[in-house]
Design a protein around this ligand. Structure first.
Ligand SMILES: Nc1ncnc2c1ncn2[C@@H]1O[C@H](COP(=O)(O)OP(=O)(O)OP(=O)(O)O)[C@@H](O)[C@H]1O
Length: 984
């Protein structure tokens, strides 16, 4: 790996491993040059480019060591080249043409700063400024897009480091929801994990810039989905699965202690920190998280990772994250999702088939959606008469609907996905998963034992009964995680009582900090739960007393459900008047004062309330984008979107229910951002050019923007129909099903009373806030009501399944016979293909900028994490510059030369052009892994993993090559591309 000598410039070096070197050795041939000269820093060759002189300098001995193609050498450091040629040459970055990172890049909102999607239009070297601290964040690249906005890789000159900055869309609903993320993460970091030992991403700062909430995180690397993808959808080694499981469990244990539910745990939200050794992952994206005792949304979790209780509309706890975790562990091992349900019906069917059971009757009895998926075949009052036998769990009075029954009931066919696995039950799938090729017999025996442990482990996680599902603590004691020999089914220790950790750490609470409430966090009010006890004898009651330090309700919040909650910050709910909180930071649209009813509901930002639980009230459907309706009890928000009364947000059509949601909310059943989220995900996963994203076309230096603007957005809106259908029943009524089509939308007024750059309302992690600025009004307009309602011909919005991609239909099957290869093709995994293919990867813009084109790692992680809110200081010696010199790909270096994949893989040459997944990680010096994408030639013959006989933790074999013929049931190549074979 190249090394580059440290730079003392404030800006990051742009050509860390450039290819020219002044050398006095003989000129090597180009073929051998690439392997030579590993530690060089760039310096233009005086031989190649010298100022004109009539008396050339005597430099006869100098030689140029060629390490890069000519074009790269001439252009990558062109400024230095020019300077060498002409010492008079002066370069100024300001004169560069703008290179846009955001698409569409046409400024139509927010005084031209935002595009039509309310995304801040970013260019390379765009500077975000925290107006309070004046800290500057220089945008270098876009790392990804999410529902909430863009995540940019930024250079912080003040500290000489890179960070990731999530720039939230300039819309109230997003803003408010993002504040929840800030609140939860701040609490987790500062209060529960001050030493950064629980694998939760660190948050450093947040502020409002040009009306966008910007959240600054530590910079991380590739997510686990991408990792699997890089591995051609072959499972990772058991050792890696074990290692990651352990770390994720640490994070989940922390969340459970804090009574926080992540609500969107999936491989995409677990990122590698490659500069950290041993290998480490971190959980990101707390934008959907909520307090355990304040579960509001019923449409949460990405479908493949959705727990049965969420699917069924039953009350949920942190146990739903454990279900998702089980799905993730299985996927890490199998390389494919365990339950890739194409619809909720399909999802449930898969669960039932693979696990051989069904949700317990006590859940089915109470869940809102039971009738959608089950029929009652016994006497509810006399369970003895129960009919259906549910796979070893006794009898049930409920029986899952067949496809035909579902169709008859729902008046539509359920969407059913393909089967991926030859074997239908978990045990067989895991047991029969192909071994790596040439694995010695003794290693097969060892691996078999570990697989048995894995099966037992998974059984405790993907357990239908949330009350029996293992907690993080229980799971972390399992032999699969501890590495102890697995002999018999694991009996988990009793769950320890919840103990608060790090209670003494002071958390800054702004008195008016609505975000704290939104996160369900209050320092003063004792915990409270509305979760009723249910009839399960085995149900473990969720502890609700959170030591009075968090998990409270009623503190400076926005909502009153008549529960007589305390109000520590004088927020609302007193005397029948409800005052919503205001945002401490900026565009708080949620200030709400509903007089006369203690039943007003659904006001956002605390739309996280499970609205359907309050349907008897005089409930008014308040858009999460609602504005200020009354003076605030705690001072004035600096950021009213809309003056009181300037728009109407209340549903008049469904008294007792909830009014039309903000379009940003999508599904009335779920997150206020749910639909948009799904849409966004779909866009990204389908590679349809999520507006604001870009794709790089390999082989071309040009950037192909695929922003589709509103039109695409509308298409996506329409495409949500199947999801809407899937979720419509809980709110019984077409008005809900089509709620978004009539929803009042929030639309910024182009060129409104815009604030200048550096909108002064801001907050950094020190908690000091400033208020007083006005905020551009938002106006209810009907724009989104034009959105196509529900077009059932379009795919499910949460569907990222490559099986259902349009691209898939366009491709003919090739000769590869492995399922992984099939996926690889579909997912454009070959080294010569675009990153922007179908799949879950985030599109990354490539602007050709030498720094931004690589997702270099290390600079941030290389420094010890400080307190929350403090960026790590720059340490010239701790790896920043060195990190910059990493090549833009994973470079596996295993001590035993083992492949990361159980299937084995070829040494990658290069892949993932542009967006680097480069990472090198090791384990305490004992082993050292760098991931590498297999090249496109990986096929039936398979790569040869060196050292396949190597072993890893606990002697587990983990590298090597899996025989292609071990993959059974691969369909003939003539079969349609949608017909993937089965594995195992
Ligand atoms: N700290 C980070 N370091 C590096 N990349 C990051 C970081 N945080 C986020 N990203 C990238 O940005 C993408 C979007 O981030 P994130 O998931 O937080 O956004 P979101 O809007 O909440 O997404 P979603 O639509 O999944 O809810 C991630 O998938 C990841 O690729």
């Amino acid at each position: 790996m190249d090394e580059v000598s440290p730079s003392h410039e404030a800006e990051p070096p742009r050509a860390p491993d450039s290819g020219l070197k002044v050398d006095d050795s003989p000129l090597p041939s180009s073929s051998s040059s690439s392997s030579s000269s590993s530690s060089v820093s760039w310096r233009p060759s005086p031989l190649a480019f010298t100022p004109y002189s009539s008396h050339p300098a005597a430099a006869n001995n100098l030689r140029v060591v060629v390490r890069r193609p000519l074009v790269a050498r001439l252009t990558k450091d062109i400024v230095e080249t020019y300077c060498t040629c002409n010492p008079q040459f002066k370069y100024s970055e300001e004169l560069n043409p703008k290179r846009y990172l955001t698409s569409p890049s046409v400024g139509v909102l927010n005084d031209g700063y935002d595009n039509a999607n309310s995304d801040l239009i970013l260019t390379v070297n765009f500077v975000l400024v925290n107006p309070e601290t004046q800290r500057r964040y220089i945008v270098k690249d876009v790392l990804g897009h999410g529902t909430f906005g863009q995540v940019a890789k930024c250079w912080v000159p003040e500290i000489g480091n890179f960070v990731a900055v999530k720039i939230i869309k300039n819309q109230p609903a997003y803003y408010q929801q993002a504040l929840v993320e800030v609140s939860i993460l701040t609490t987790l970091n500062k209060k529960y994990d001050p030493e950064d030992k629980h694998h939760i991403v660190r948050i450093y700062d947040y502020f409002v810039y040009r009306r966008h909430l910007c959240i600054c995180f530590e910079l991380l690397d590739t997510n686990l989905y991408e990792l699997i993808k890089i591995n051609h959808f072959r499972g990772l080694s058991l050792s890696i699965v074990q290692l990651f499981s352990k770390q994720i469990l640490k994070g989940l244990a922390l969340l459970k202690d804090a009574a926080i539910i992540h609500c969107d745990l999936k491989p995409e939200n677990i990122l590698l920190c490659t500069s950290v050794k041993p290998a480490e992952i971190k959980i990101i994206d707390f934008g959907s998280a909520c307090m355990e005792d304040r579960t509001v949304y019923s449409y949460i979790q990405s479908r493949y990772y959705r727990s049965p209780e969420v699917l069924l509309g039953y009350q949920y706890t942190t146990a739903i994250d454990m279900w998702s975790f089980g799905c993730i562990v299985a996927e890490l091992f199998l390389g494919l999702p365990l339950f890739p349900g194409a619809s909720e019906f399909d999802l449930l069917q898969r669960m039932i088939k693979i696990l051989g059971g069904q949700p317990p009757d006590y859940v089915l009895k109470e869940a809102k959606n039971t009738s959608k998926f089950f029929k009652c075949i016994g006497n509810a009052h006399n369970p003895e008469n129960a009919g259906a036998s549910i796979g070893g769990s006794g009898k049930s009075i409920y029986q899952a609907l067949s496809e035909e029954e579902y169709e008859a009931r729902e008046m539509r066919k359920p969407t059913i996905g393909k089967e991926y696995f030859n074997h239908l039950n978990l045990e067989a799938i895991v047991r029969n998963y192909p071994y790596r090729k040439n694995l010695p017999k003794e290693d097969i025996i060892k691996e078999n034992q570990i697989r048995m442990a894995l099966i037992d482990f998974l059984r405790g996680l993907v357990e239908f009964d949330p009350a029996k599902r293992w907690s993080p603590f229980q799971a972390s004691r399992h032999p699969f995680v501890t590495g102890e020999p697995f002999t018999c089914p694991y009996q988990p220790p009793p769950e320890t009582p919840r103990v608060l950790v790090s209670q003494n750490v002071k958390v800054n609470h702004h008195p008016g900090g609505g975000h704290w409430f939104a996160a369900g966090l209050s320092p003063n009010i004792a915990g409270w739960s509305k979760v009723p006890q249910h009839s399960s004898p085995s149900f473990q009651a969720v502890p609700h007393a959170h030591a009075g330090s968090y998990g409270s309700l009623g503190s400076h919040g926005s909502y009153n459900d008549g529960a007589g909650l305390g109000s520590s910050y004088g927020s609302y709910g007193d005397g029948g008047n409800m005052f919503a909180y205001y945002s401490p930071v900026g565009p708080s649209a949620m200030n709400l004062n509903a007089q006369g009813s203690g039943k007003i509901l659904g006001s956002s930002p605390d739309t996280r309330r499970r609205m359907i639980q309050f349907s008897h009230g005089s409930g008014l459907g308040v858009s999460p984008s609602g504005g200020n309706f009354a003076p605030l009890p705690l001072g004035t928000s600096p950021s009213q979107f809309t003056p009181p009364g300037s728009y109407s947000q209340f549903s008049v059509g469904s008294p007792g229910h909830y009014g039309p949601p903000s379009p940003a909310r999508g599904s009335i059943q779920g997150s206020p951002l749910g639909k948009t989220s799904a849409m966004s995900q779909m866009n990204r996963r389908k590679g349809w050019g999520y507006s604001g994203s870009s794709q790089v076309q390999e082989g071309s230096s040009s950037l192909h923007w695929q922003g589709q603007g509103q039109g695409q957005g509308h298409l996506m809106e329409g495409s949500n129909s199947s999801q809407a259908e899937d979720n419509s029943h809980t709110l019984n009524g077409s008005q809900h099903l089509h709620a978004h089509s009539t929803a009042v939308s929030w639309k910024q007024q182009p060129g409104g009373t815009g604030l200048p750059a550096g909108f002064p309302v801001n907050a950094n992690m020190s908690g000091s806030l400033r208020h007083g600025s006005s905020w551009q009004s938002y106006q209810a307009v009907g724009a989104v009501s034009n959105v196509a309602e529900t077009d059932s011909s379009l795919p499910d919005p949460g569907d990222w399944d490559p099986n259902y991609s349009d691209e898939l239909l366009l491709q003919e099957d090739g000769s590869d016979t492995s399922l992984a290869a099939e996926f690889g093709k579909v997912m454009h995994l070959s080294s010569t293909e675009s990153l922007g293919g179908v799949g879950r990867t985030n599109h990354v813009s490539r602007a050709g900028y030498s720094v931004s084109t690589q997702r270099q790692l290390g600079p941030v992680q290389a420094y010890p994490h400080g307190e929350v809110g403090k960026l790590p200081s720059h340490d010239q010696h701790s790896g920043h510059i060195r990190a910059m010199s990493k090549p833009s790909h994973f470079t596996p270096q295993y001590p035993y030369n083992n492949s990361l994949s159980r299937l084995g893989q070829q040494p990658a040459q290069r892949f993932n052009h542009g967006r680097s997944t480069s990472s090198t990680f090791g384990r305490g010096g004992d082993w050292h892994i760098t991931l590498q994408a297999p090249n496109s030639s990986f096929g039936s013959e398979g790569p040869h993993s060196p050292g396949s006989g190597g072993s890893f933790i606990n002697g587990m074999p983990w590298g090597g090559h899996r025989a292609s013929d071990a993959i059974a049931g691969i369909p003939p190549t003539s079969r349609g591309r949608k017909d993937y074979g089965r594995i195992a």
